[in-house]
Design a binder for this molecule. Structure first.
Ligand code: AGP
Length: 612
């Protein structure tokens, strides 16, 4: 939620910041703004809408300088208009601030400052922070750095911020608590950003700020400190591990389509070097040190949000079926406020593409405080979850920019298959079966390619169903989480109402919705659920619903019952969940395009949900 970018150097900052904002736009896109610092003061320009709307009005004869910052917003407090867009200024116009996060106690601070005569212009929580810094600056000995530290100690909530001050035009301060910040370093130039994507154009050397740290940049270099300690910290740089091509759209019309197509390789990349085909087992380096504790865990909790939660459900089913370990699946937002039975004998697995989801981080912290061993399954290297867990497994799917998660989901599911295979082999799954399962994972690439090459037939189904206002997605067993994921993909990018249900639950209520206008997508793998799913298809057909069946083997009966069939051949039916979600991603994509929706930046959403 919200992207922030800062530049401190010798080049013209405006084009650099605008390009950076475009890279961060997937984090929030309802308004954007820039602030430039020079000897004559601070100039700001902000605009409701996307970064390109800001770009259109930027006057580079006014906005000039080599130190500046930019923001792209996902509104929390105050509607997305020009006034509420960041950067925000204090009353004197000398302090400017951009912020990603939420200041929870903004209301009491605002009341206090108003009593002191300070006037507010916006409805945002962020303005409170910049006004507070300014107030503390004049009250407490006029030190910019001290005022920022002091203000940050008084606020409750989360923040990644950059602050500029007109009276000290050679300084930039950035701080984090609960929202990520990365600093790129390149001989005298500094780049601060919410993630590394705006930095990679300029340098690969980065420093990830840790929780409750801030950096002060000036002519003589940079200093990193904790907010509660005067000691300067020495932080070595890390290297960004992705290329510019990976974060560009290339010849694709949308990131989402690019990312769907990339799955031909990304799923294999996730498993590369980890599958032991001759042994029918798996080697997962990132959890090696903690294997004994994981293997002897009394129970496993999987916690996540959204699509990652759907992956978690597949993980639960797999670990219970193949490894015989009891697994609790928890929405992170619920887990964090419940009293779960977690202790030192529990393992908690947090699944998160971004590694920055606020609820998932909070759930993880809670389980850690209760004594559990923590494991992350993350895509973004160096993200908060990946750094705060005891151990973890990276999904290695490469940067995912489209707001609708696609390749990150199949990568998460692939990791969970490997975990199930690993613990399955420890807990009695025999070698021959292990070899068979491992081989089917290793051979998946051409099967993915085959599905993607059928995109035209899926587009044809989209054309026939584009007028529908509602969709149902039904599945049993592993088909159920895929039904949930298919429905989520459709609603988030096409705004068509869609629900995922266990197929058998249909007759307990949703069946009332079925008529000739309702497309019903069935997941029908040839496994122990097949015959039951076919019966459910019969029930829908009897009520004249429009049946779209996704199966790994077409039968005469399915042909007779289905209006449309999407065949997803599999080397083994156990990997049906990884493969069968891909046509559902494509169906959602084509429906959204046909309905003229902004596929990569759907309304009201943002890629990384860093507020609760
Ligand atoms: C997926 O398409 C969604 N945009 C969303 O549900 C997402 O999966 C969720 O916000 C969790 O994000 P994370 O994986 O980065 O934690």
């Amino acid at each position: 939620m919200c992207g922030i970018v800062g530049y401190y150097g010798t080049k013209d900052a405006v084009p650099l910041l605008l390009k950076g904002l475009k890279r961060l736009e997937y984090r929030g896109y309802d308004s954007a703004g820039l602030a430039l610092l020079s000897d004559t003061g601070i100039e700001i320009m902000k605009k409701a809408g996307k970064v390109m709307d800001l770009e259109r009005v930027v006057d580079d004869s006014v906005l000039k300088g080599t130190i500046g910052m930019g923001h792209t917003r996902w509104a929390t407090h105050g509607e997305p208009n020009d006034t509420n867009a960041h950067p925000h200024l204090d009353q004197t116009g000398k302090f400017a601030l951009i912020h990603n996060g939420i200041i929870e106690n903004y209301s009491s601070i605002k009341t206090y400052l108003e009593q002191k005569g300070i006037q507010f212009r916006t409805e945002t929580d962020t303005e409170v922070l910049v006004q507070l810094i300014s107030f503390l600056y004049s009250e407490n000995g006029k030190s910019f750095e001290k005022a920022v530290r002091k203000a940050l100690k008084q606020v409750v909530g989360t923040y990644g911020i950059i602050v500029l001050f007109a009276d000290e035009p050679q300084k930039m301060i950035a701080a984090r608590h609960g929202s990520p910040l990365v600093m790129g370093v390149n001989s005298g130039e500094y780049f601060i950003a919410s993630d590394a994507s705006p930095i990679v154009d300029h340098t690969r050397e980065v420093v990830y700020l840790e929780e409750n740290e801030y950096v002060l940049i000036n002519e003589s270099g940079h200093r990193i400190k904790r907010l509660d300690d005067e000691k300067e910290l020495n932080r070595p740089t890390s290297r960004i591990d992705f290329s510019i091509e990976e974060i560009e759209k290339g010849n694709y019309p949308h990131y989402m389509l690019k990312e769907i197509n990339e799955q031909e390789h990304t799923i294999t990349d996730t498993m590369r070097g980890r599958l032991r085909l001759d042994e029918g087992s798996v080697h997962l380096g990132g959890i090696q040190e903690h294997l004994l504790r994981i293997e002897s865990a009394r129970d496993i909790y999987i916690t996540a949000c959204g699509t990652s939660w759907h992956a978690g459900m597949i993980g639960k089913y797999l670990l219970e079926e193949y490894a015989g370990i009891p697994v609790h699946l928890e929405y992170a937002s619920e887990f964090r406020y419940r009293n779960p039975i977690v202790d030192g004998k529990s393992v908690i697995i947090a699944i998160s593409q971004s590694g920055e989801t606020a609820d998932t981080i909070a759930a993880l912290k809670k389980a850690k405080d209760m004594g559990a061993l923590t494991m992350g399954i993350c895509n973004v290297v160096g993200s908060t979850i990946s750094r705060e867990t005891d151990c973890g497994i990276y999904t290695h799917a490469g940067p995912e920019i489209g707001v609708a998660s696609t390749k990150a989901f199949t990568a998460q599911v692939s990791v969970l298959f490997m975990l199930a295979l690993h613990f399955g082999r420890k807990n009695g799954l025999n070698k021959a079966k292990g070899v068979q399962l491992a081989k089917s994972l290793a051979e998946i690439g051409p099967f993915v390619k085959n599905i993607i090459s059928n995109t035209e037939s899926i587009e044809a189904i989209a054309k026939d169903t584009v007028e529908a206002d509602n969709f149902l997605y039904l599945g049993r067993g592993m088909g159920f989480p895929i039904a949930l994921e298919g429905a989520l993909k459709l609603k988030e990018i096409s705004y068509i109402h869609a629900e995922g249900y266990p197929a058998a639950e249909m007759k307990h209520g949703p069946i009332a919705l079925i008529d000739e206008k309702m497309p019903v997508v069935f997941l029908a793998p040839h496994d122990k659920t097949f015959e039951k799913v076919v019966s459910n298809i019969q029930e829908v057909k009897a009520r004249r619903g429009k049946v779209i069946t996704v199966t790994n083997k077409v039968t005469k009966e399915l042909e007779k019952l289905s209006d449309y069939i999407i065949e997803v051949p599999t080397p083994h039916s156990w990997i049906f969940p990884i493969l069968s979600v891909i046509p559902l991603q494509l169906l959602a994509y084509h429906l959204a395009v046909l309905r003229g929706c902004d596929v990569d930046m759907p309304r009201n959403l943002a890629k990384s949900v860093t507020v609760e």
